[in-house]
Design a binder for this molecule. Structure first.
Ligand SMILES: C[S@@+](CC[C@H](N)C(=O)[O-])C[C@H]1O[C@@H](n2cnc3c(N)ncnc32)[C@H](O)[C@@H]1O
Length: 267
């Protein structure tokens, strides 16, 4: 078992993936983050979300739902960095697979992997102090009725924080910008602006929105990460996906695509 927090000094890959803005993420093995990625760098995005969500203020043992955790890197990070009890919920990646990764990371006592569909979560009301969702919420959370359904799982006053791929400006009409047409997937229509998310959550009446903002130059980090994955991933499909994504981001140069974080406090 390799220690995911042991950085190899003078390792060019580790140096390449180091980010001055995300010191905690820099402590994780670069190869581990590449092998388990499912899109943008999940630990960087979580580290950007952390201060807005108040992760540092959580007491040890607080209960955190990591919704759409994928390969559970963010769940491992939450347990190791904040000493919280994490429920690592995902649909596509099965709990048996995540259990192995969680145990290897040494946090089997603090992270419980579960199979969960976001509309049918097997938890009772008031179960969690905090809900986190990185690069997942856009798949189910644009539904007007969804947020109240989810936030009933939060203890009163608990916070939900998400980071999603997003738009700098909403797109009028039914066509994507010309330069993005070759890359545009129907799924991309679930990307929205910070203002859209703020209004969407505020209108739900479920939370007070504390933060809804755009990551300045987020596209540069996204591009850098896609380039690393395209060069370093061992699986052909991931290499192709990351290469296409890098090509799209190089053309767009942050004109359209980036990231938004949204934090709400349960009313
Ligand atoms: C792009 S991956 C991101 C995974 C991880 N958060 C990360 O950043 O590496 C999106 C994840 O959302 C999850 N997801 C999508 N739709 C879902 C749903 N309806 N219920 C639960 N999870 C869902 C998928 O299982 C997938 O792992």
């Amino acid at each position: 078992m390799s220690d995911i927090t042991s950085r190899t000094s003078n390792d060019p890959l580790t140096d390449r993936v180091s980010h001055p803005g995300y010191p905690r993420s820099n402590g994780y093995d670069a190869r581990w983050t590449i092998d388990n990625q499912m899109g943008p760098h999940a630990l960087w995005l979580l580290e950007w979300l952390a201060p807005a969500l108040g992760l540092d203020t959580l007491s040890p043992g607080s209960r955190v739902l990591d919704l759409g955790c994928g390969r559970a890197m963010t769940s491992v990070f939450l347990a190791r960095e904040y000493d919280v009890q994490v429920t690592a919920a995902d649909l596509w990646v099965k709990p048996d697979e995540n259990a192995g990764r969680i145990a290897e990371a040494g946090v089997a006592d603090r992270v419980l992997p579960v199979l969960a569909e976001a509309h049918d979560l097997p938890f009772g009301a008031n179960s969690f102090d905090t809900i986190v969702s990185i690069d997942s919420y856009q798949y189910f959370g644009t539904d007007d009725l969804y947020l109240p359904h989810l936030t009933r799982l939060l203890k009163p006053g608990g916070r939900i924080g998400v980071v999603v791929p997003a738009l700098r400006e909403e797109i009028d009409g039914v066509e994507p910008p010309e330069h993005l047409k070759p890359y545009w997937e129907p799924d991309f229509w679930c990307f929205h602006t910070a203002a859209w998310w703020r209004r969407h959550w505020t209108r739900s009446g479920a939370v007070e929105v504390e933060t809804a903002d755009w990551l300045e130059d987020g596209w540069r980090d996204w591009l850098r990460w896609c380039e690393v994955v395209a060069e370093e991933h061992t699986d052909e499909w991931h290499v192709r996906m990351a290469s296409q994504c890098a090509e799209m981001l190089r053309l767009d140069r942050g004109e359209t695509l980036g990231f938004v974080r949204v934090v709400g406090r349960r009313l």
